[in-house]
Each structure stands twice: as C-alpha cells, then as structure tokens.
Ligand binder design. Structure first.
Ligand code: PRP
Ligand code: URA
Length: 204
C-alpha cells in the first residue's frame, strides 16, 4: 500500500474525522483530498510522444497511452469522484453499487454500469473506506470480470485488516490511501476513522 502523505492532506483529514464538521465541510475536505491524491495515484501512467506546435516551433509533447476510467463505489465513492475527474478531465466514469450487510459485514452488489472501453483502459477504483476490504475486493472482481486489466484502488482511510485482505485477493492491484488507521472495531468500523462515510457525505 502507498500512503499518500502531505501536510494539506493531513490537515483536511482532521476536518473529515471531526464530529464538529458539518456536511458541507466534510464534502469539501473529501473533494480536496481526492484532488490532491490524483497526482500520486497516477504517477506511473504511461504516456506516448506526440507532436505539438507552440507559437514558435514544433516540439515534443505527451499524451496518455490509454483511456482512463474512474469507478467510484456507491455511495461514498461519489464523494471522491469529482476530485479525480477535475484533473483527469478526459476520463470516463463507471459505477459499482455495493452495500455492507450491517450484521455479517459482507458486501452485496446492487449496481454495475461500466464504460465499453474498460478492457483497454487504466481503471481507478475509488472508495473512501477500506475496512474489511470486502467491498473493494468484490468491486475489483466485477471490474476484472468485465475485462479490466490495469487497475489501481484509491481510498481515503484504510484499516490494516482491509489492506491485508484486499492485497491477498488482488496482489496485482496497487492500493493508495491518505491514512492507515489502527484497526477495526467489533462492528467492522475503522478506528479512529470517521464513522459512516456515506452517511456523513450524504447527510443521511
Ligand atoms: C462503506 C464504504 C465502503 C465499505 C467499506 O460503504 O464506502 O464501500 O463500507 O467496508 P468494507 O471494506 O468492510 O467492505 P457502505 O457499505 O456503508 O455503503 P454506503 O457507501 O452506501 O453507505
Ligand atoms: N464503512 C464506513 O463508512 N466506515 C467504516 O469505518 C467502515 C466501513
């Protein structure tokens, strides 16, 4: 797992965790962190050489080698989508809908809509919380079943248990997180975490 550490990210994370933050502050800080994470998450994207004409001369430029697809996991992944999309302006967007059963903590899939070019694309799977790892790992299964071959996963807060479970099921998918927290509690919530990401982002 790669920890995306930066003073601005650490400062915004404090707002996200705080019970004093109202919904608008939570949304704003999550958006800012996603935007800042984009740089590190996409650091190894391959580019091809293209010709570009400046007002003075032809020179060498660069274009992304492959299309980019962003896939937030519903619901809470939506909170990070625009931060990535504002930088990766040419990216297509797919959605995977999953919710955790509150008793078993197992994820249940209820929606999947992916762009047609998923097989040739660089795919960034997005969800703020990596708790047990079940939701992200199932979402990655769905992406691979749809033909995705180049995947990476970006989250806000990861639990050590979730990182281990995800990396065991998908050792080929790099994981990026803005924070690695202590552990899971008996309800499989991340400690200290931020509570329920979907409820806090959507004000439910
Ligand atoms: C949250 C979160 C992840 C999942 C992480 O979603 O956004 O998708 O839990 O938990 P896991 O790693 O143990 O699977 P939730 O199921 O609460 O759905 P929501 O986003 O619709 O609220
Ligand atoms: N989902 C959340 O939204 N928060 C957690 O801490 C764990 C799973």
């Amino acid at each position: 797992m790669t920890l995306v550490d930066h003073p601005i990210i650490r400062e915004r994370l404090t707002h996200i965790r705080s019970t004093d933050s109202v919904t608008a502050e939570f949304r704003h800080a999550l958006h800012d962190i996603a935007r800042l994470m984009t740089f590190e998450v996409t650091k190894d994207l391959e580019t091809t050489t293209v010709e570009v004409e400046t007002p003075l001369k032809k020179t060498e430029g660069h274009a992304f080698e492959r299309p980019i697809v962003l896939v937030p996991i519903l619901r809470a992944g939506v909170g990070m989508l625009n931060g990535f999309a504002e930088i990766l302006t040419e990216a297509s967007v797919g959605y995977i809908g999953l919710y955790r059963n509150e008793e078993t903590h197992q994820p249940h899939s209820y929606y999947c809509k992916l762009p047609a070019n998923i097989a040739e694309a660089e795919v960034i799977l997005i969800d703020p919380m990596l708790a047990t790892g079940g939701s992200a790992a199932d979402a990655a299964d769905e992406l691979k079943k749809a033909g995705a071959e180049r995947l990476r996963f970006a989250c806000l807060i990861a639990a050590p248990e979730g990182v281990a479970a995800f990396e065991e099921r998908h050792p080929d998918i790099p994981v990026f997180a803005a924070a690695l927290d202590e552990r899971l509690d008996e309800n499989a919530y991340i400690i200290p975490g931020l509570g329920d990401a979907g409820d806090r982002y959507f004000g439910t």
